[in-house]
Design a protein around this ligand. Structure first.
Ligand SMILES: CC(C)(COP(=O)(O)OP(=O)(O)OC[C@H]1O[C@@H](n2cnc3c(N)ncnc32)[C@H](O)[C@@H]1OP(=O)(O)O)[C@@H](O)C(=O)NCCC(=O)NCCS
Length: 226
């Protein structure tokens, strides 16, 4: 899948390859993605490696002139995946456990998203409970889109939307029938991109919105594999 995106040049949407692993792990860490409060390349390196061989991990890149300028990252069957991940990477597993404990007792700042909010409902977002679904559900047919990030120099040109279409198509090709996401209530560009991509975005009563979409096969939307 390739896209002409005006100012952002010729963008190719493709799956992560072996030679992208280290750079992508650094990009994810720099993009501010966290896994249970952890946000360094040491955490994302094994996740990126898993994306090469574990069907549950999907890493889609937007590449311009050979350089990644954006990524979307999803995990299906996520509870089982993270359990196995913690067993295979015990050092990281321990740090995640500590971060969760610290979060629970209020040390550090790993999750502002869980704080309640009384902010107004953003345009296009549906009230709490509308979908009857929630982020905590996990199964092999549910994909959690952990993050979508586009380099600031390329934003607003539709790359985020293209990454999402490719992600949905890839998840569906792997037998996943539903994709969920979470977004901060004040992240207007992300909410706009997610609603345009077809996600139903729902208020949760916290600073984090919940999004969900049913997936269908879309062979034309799938990312390039080579
Ligand atoms: C969210 C993000 C991935 C979007 O990437 P992108 O390539 O700009 O996405 P798109 O161009 O497909 O869509 C963005 C939409 O938001 C709109 N937008 C941009 N800034 C906006 C703002 N401040 N308020 C409202 N809408 C805004 C754009 O105009 C576009 O809508 P349009 O297609 O109707 O014109 C990118 O902004 C980003 O990397 N943000 C930082 C990381 C992040 O927050 N990721 C999401 C976490 S879940």
């Amino acid at each position: 899948m390739s896209a002409q995106t005006g100012a952002s040049g010729d963008i190719r949407i493709r799956l992560l390859r072996e030679e992208d692993v280290e750079q992508t792990a650094r990009l994810i860490a720099a993009g501010g993605t966290t896994i249970s409060g952890l946000a360094d390349a040491g955490v994302f390196l094994p996740v990126c490696r898993d994306a090469l061989g574990d069907r549950r991990v999907v890493m889609v890149l937007a590449v311009r002139a050979g350089e990644p300028v954006g990524y979307a990252f999803a995990v299906s069957d996520w509870q089982e995946y993270w359990r196995g991940f913690a067993r295979r990477n015990p050092g990281i597993g321990l740090r995640v456990a500590w971060s969760r404990l610290a979060d629970r007792v209020g040390i550090g700042s790993s999750s502002g998203a869980r704080r309640p909010t009384d902010e107004a409902t953003p345009e296009g977002v549906v009230p709490v409970g509308t979908t009857g679904r929630h982020w905590g559900e996990s199964s092999p047919t549910i994909g959690k889109v952990i993050d979508v990030v586009v380099d600031p120099s390329c934003r607003g040109g539709g790359i985020g939307g293209k990454l999402l279409r490719a992600m949905f198509a890839e998840l569906a090709a792997r037998g996943v029938t539903r994709a969920d996401c979470r977004t901060e209530i004040d992240n207007a560009s992300s909410i706009r991109m997610e609603i345009k991509a077809g996600w139903t975005m729902e208020m949760t009563g916290t600073r984090s919105l919940f999004g969900t979409i049913d997936l269908e096969r879309d062979p034309d939307g799938e990312p390039d594999r080579a």
